[in-house]
Ligand binder design. Structure first.
Ligand code: C2E
Ligand code: MG
Ligand code: MG
Length: 951
């Protein structure tokens, strides 16, 4: 579909032409011409000239249309062509029949014959114009093809000619010589004028609208025809000036018609073609794509691109070559497949090939192929559009990755629009909440208020979001199935490049399990697992709260007597059951307001609020009573007893730590007075309590202040007196407290946890020292280091030892760890495991103070041991006390039978040494040989000893 360009300008031109000719008509018809103008001499040649032009133009109209008959022409044009074939023939007959022309079948005596053909010609043209004006200007509005119409016209013209010659009388007279035109003729002319004007009117109506054919020239032609006809109503003689004007106007009208036809059939299609070519070119230039013409073999027939750099080679070098020559086999195959598909289906779309541009970058192209219409018998051709989709595919890929990440994220996600209407939820959301996407998409997040969450919290969240800020928090929610869960939520606005909020994004994480675990940990951290009683941390917290409130209270520190013996003799499970039962009894005995805690091991602490001294003592006695009731465990009646120390707040102590220490001190004092009793804290104990507390505080600084150091007590082989090694012993030289004995400060360090860093320092210092002695050329020695229970149970101990040995370069075999018998037998299972682990890399173990505890022989066998150390309490009186002799001898025997070495500590006399040697003890240490020595003195001692081997 198209519209005549400048149709309004065409209409204006048409009116101008018609007006000029009209003016001429008025002028000519209003003038009075002299007689000579009515009797033009030699008129015939003039007539023949105008008519010859008319016939030629009319024939041309037909000829042009006949020549274009194979093109798609508007049906009306075809009708106009056949009509003007008739018009040309009739005009020709009119010329031949003119007066003065040689005879046409009959002599041309009057004007009648010529007028007959004239009128027929005019009627033909008038009806023809009217027909094309009436019929819509549509393709195929007239079904009869031009050939058929031509035959029809020829038959009609022949018939009308025959009619004239065969039945002349049936035709009315038109001209009477001397009288002029008959009324029939004039009437006929007016009739023709009316037909032309009718056609002109219809053309005019069409001319006012946009149209797709040259109606303005047709309009002019119809008007000028009518004007010409008007002249012919005026003449009196057949050589009249009016006749001449009539003929001239006719020629002018034909020329307009010819132009209309010529423009339509010849010029216009060319203009259209040019226009469409221009449009095609512009379209191609505007496209970023490569456009190829190809044959079915993938041969490049033409190449078009607005970006020549996209081509792998210059365009002219592609022509004539095929995709198989130029592309990788895989990509060539894809192109050929696309061509094949287009050959069958008319088109192919979406196939992707990968090419490398001139810089070697890989790029992806999407192919669109269309089969071209070619005349039958010609080889098929294809238009191939190749579009660079690298960027699009990359961003699609990036988008896919992103969206997959969001969809599969284990964190529930909600995306809303700027109005907080849900646009998207991921799989985790559905999994956690139980709601599907279909159930929530489109709903406002403002309405999806989590159940079980206060509305105020929700409102506060929206207020914060409205200010453009993120909100983070937790809320309780309810899933579709009614499961209550805790969600950790992060909501934040998402902005576009202009900073406008376009979306909200919510990450919700189900933290129900985590919160439960936190709660469990909190409970565990505050309660003793064995008895379920609050532990010492909670005790401290509660006690401080009470003190802050100013409440007075009594602290009762209870220690079970001989609990260790129960543990050792009956096993740990019995010990545990005993503790549980005692906890139950104590709790039941205490008033509800009292607070009971298992402080450690077999120590319980009770806080009784508001108790006076008397009440506290009474309460303590009641507790002792409860504890001493017999208990049946493991088929035995166990009789327990306890010792309790009592201290009062605020009378005896001003703070939690001192209050407990006071009660503990009172308990120890009571114990030493003979167990199973209640001891009241007295002011005389104050000094000891404050000393312990202050020592504890001072000890915290001791390491950093370099107040700690090691001394080394040599160990010897009894058989030859050679120095085998030394035991490292810790010393604290405090500027404030002087030398504090290890028996005192190590207990404090164990109680407040300082033993961990101090113990590590001891190990490292001892090993560094050993390294230094080696470097000084001292013989290979073994150093024994004491480990406390707390240290030994440290999870990282093996790692720590490994690091120290690696750092100092001391072989593991030169380190011996001493563990007291009590520590080793407290939890023998884990001790065995630990020893196994450490002995793997060569560290040796000795059991210290052997004989003071209760060793299980089976465990002794399992332990990875090197040595047993006879405790000095058995050595002290070994020459006089037969019991000590028996024990020492037994230990040596046991040690032998287990394949271990024996060392005796605390050897002070030659007699002791002799006894031990006589009974097979292998090693000794003690004041008899040397006191513990500082490192320098020890080094000198060793060197000295080397020069005098026999001790
Ligand atoms: P222990 O491991 O049994 O150490 C032997 C103790 O006997 C040392 O006392 C030592 O000086 C002393 N001694 C040595 N020969 C004789 C003697 O002939 N006669 C007498 N009467 N005593 C002698 P010390 O140094 O006071 O150590 C006491 C305890 O402190 C040690 O007993 C040990 O259990 C602990 N200890 C010492 N240093 C450390 C350490 O670095 N870490 C740990 N955890 N405990 C240590
Ligand atoms: Mg020791
Ligand atoms: Mg010892």
């Amino acid at each position: 579909m198209w519209i005549h360009p400048n149709y309004q300008a065409g209409a204006r031109r048409a009116f101008r032409s018609v007006s000029v000719l009209m003016a001429l008509l008025i002028l000519v018809s209003s003038l009075t011409f002299p007689a000579s103008f009515h009797e033009i001499a030699h008129y015939l040649p003039l007539h023949n000239l105008t008519e010859a032009v008319s016939v030629i133009v009319a024939s041309l109209i037909f000829a042009v249309l006949w020549a274009s008959r194979h093109e798609v022409l508007p049906g009306n044009m075809v009708l106009l062509g056949s009509t003007f074939l008739g018009v040309a023939l009739l005009d020709f007959l009119h010329v031949l029949a003119y007066q003065g022309m040689p005879e046409l079948i009959t002599p041309n005596l009057d004007a009648d014959k010529a007028i007959y053909f004239w009128l027929l010609a005019r009627l033909f043209s008038a009806l023809g114009l009217l027909a094309i004006a009436v019929l819509a200007w549509k393709d195929r509005a007239i079904r009869v093809p031009l050939g058929g119409q031509v035959v029809g016209v020829l038959v009609l013209v022949a018939g009308l000619t025959a009619l004239y010659f065969l039945q002349p009388d049936s035709i009315p007279q038109t001209f009477i010589p001397g009288q002029g035109l008959t009324s029939f003729k004039i009437f006929a002319e007016y009739g023709l004028i009316a037909l032309y004007l009718a056609a002109a009117l219809l053309f005019w109506l069409r001319m006012r609208q946009p149209r797709n054919y040259n109606v303005s020239d047709l309009f002019v032609a119809a008007c000028v025809m009518a004007q010409g006809e008007f002249f012919l109503t005026l003449y009196e003689g057949v050589t009249d000036i009016y006749i001449l004007f009539g003929h001239i106007y006719k020629v002018v009208a034909y020329l307009f018609l010819y132009r209309a036809v010529f423009v339509e059939a010849v010029q216009h299609p060319y203009a259209l073609l040019r226009d469409s070519q221009d449009r095609l070119q512009a379209t191609l230039d505007a496209m970023p794509d490569l456009v190829f013409n190809m044959d079915a073999d993938g041969r490049y027939l033409s190449v078009h691109t607005s970006r020549p750099s996209d081509l792998s080679e210059p365009a002219d070098q592609l022509l004539g070559r095929t995709v198989s020559d130029l592309l990788q086999p895989r990509d060539a195959r894809i192109v050929l497949d696309a061509l094949q598909e287009a050959a069958v289906q008319g088109q192919s779309q979406g196939k992707i090939i990968t090419l490398h541009d001139r810089e070697g970058q890989s790029r992806e192209f999407e192919l669109s192929v269309a089969r071209k219409a070619v005349p039958p018998g010609q080889a098929p051709q294809f238009v191939v559009i190749s579009r660079d989709v690298t960027a699009r595919r990359n961003s699609e890929q990036a988008l896919r990755t992103l969206s997959t990440a969001v969809v599969q994220s284990p964190v529930s996600m909600i995306i809303t629009d700027s109005q907080a209407r849900v646009e998207f939820v991921n799989e985790a959301f559905t999994r956690i909440s139980g709601y599907t996407a279909a159930e929530v998409v489109g709903r406002s997040l403002r309405r999806l208020k989590p159940a079980r969450t206060p509305a105020t919290k929700f409102r506060a969240m929206w207020e914060q979001l409205a200010q453009g800020l993120a909100w983070r928090g937790e809320w309780q929610n309810l899933s579709k199935s009614g499961r209550e869960y805790t969600e950790s939520v992060l909501i934040y606005p998402v902005r576009d490049a202009q900073g406008r909020v376009t979306n909200y994004l919510a990450h919700n994480e189900d933290v129900t399990e985590k919160r439960r675990a936190d709660e469990r940990i909190r409970l565990l951290s505050q309660f003793d697992q064995l008895t379920g009683l609050p532990n010492r941390d909670q005790l401290r917290e509660l006690c401080r709260d009470a003190m802050d409130r100013g409440d007075g209270m009594a602290a009762l520190w209870m220690d079970l007597d001989h609990f260790k013996a129960v543990n050792d003799s009956l096993g740990h499970h019995v010990g545990d059951a005993l503790l549980q039962e005692m906890a139950r009894r104590l709790r039941a005995q205490l008033p509800a307001a009292a607070f009971l805690s298992r402080y450690s091991g077999d120590d319980f602490v009770a806080l009784v609020p508001g108790a006076t001294q008397q009440q506290a003592m009474a309460q303590a006695r009641a507790l002792l009573q409860a504890v001493s009731l017999p208990l049946r465990l493991a088929d035995q009646d166990i009789f327990s007893s306890a010792t309790i120390g009592v201290a009062l707040y605020p009378d005896d102590a001003a703070a939690f730590d001192t209050l407990l220490k006071s009660a503990e001190t009172a308990m120890y004092r009571a114990k030493s007075d003979g167990r199973h009793r209640v001891g009241m804290f007295t002011p005389e104990m104050q000094a000891q309590v404050s000393r312990e507390l202050m020592l504890g505080n001072a000890l915290k600084q001791a390491l950093a202040n370099r107040e700690l150091f090691l001394v080394y007590q040599p160990q010897f082989a009894l058989k030859d007196g050679a120095i085998l090694g030394a035991e490292a012993l810790l010393r604290w030289e405090s500027p404030q407290w002087g030398r504090v004995p290890p028996s005192e400060f190590i207990r404090i360090a164990e109680a407040n946890g300082l033993i961990i860093p101090i113990g590590e320092w001891v190990l490292r210092t001892a090993m560094q020292q050993l390294r230094q002695w080696r470097d000084q050329g001292l013989p290979e020695l073994c150093i024994a280091v004491n480990l406390s229970a707390v240290q030994f149970n440290q999870p990282d101990l093996p790692g720590q030892i490994k690091r120290i040995l690696a750092d100092t370069g001391v072989p593991a075999s030169q380190l011996e760890l001493e563990l007291t018998e009590a520590v080793a037998m407290k939890a023998p299972e884990s001790v065995a495991q630990r020893m196994e682990e450490l002995s793997h890399f060569g560290v040796r173990f000795a059991i210290d103070d052997f004989g003071t505890g209760y060793s299980s022989l089976s465990y002794l066998k399992r332990f990875k041991l090197h040595k047993l150390k006879i405790d000095q309490s058995f050595v002290r009186d070994i020459n006089v006390d037969p019991e000590d002799q028996a024990i020492a001898t037994a230990i040596i025997q046991l040690s032998r039978s287990l394949g271990l070495r024996t060392i005796a500590e605390g050897v002070e006399t030659a007699e002791q040494q002799e006894f031990l040697r006589a009974n097979g003890c292998e090693e000794v240490q003690g004041y008899y040989y040397s006191r513990p020595l500082t490192a320098d003195v020890f080094a000198a001692f060793v060197k000295d000893h080397r020069t005098q081997p026999e001790a």
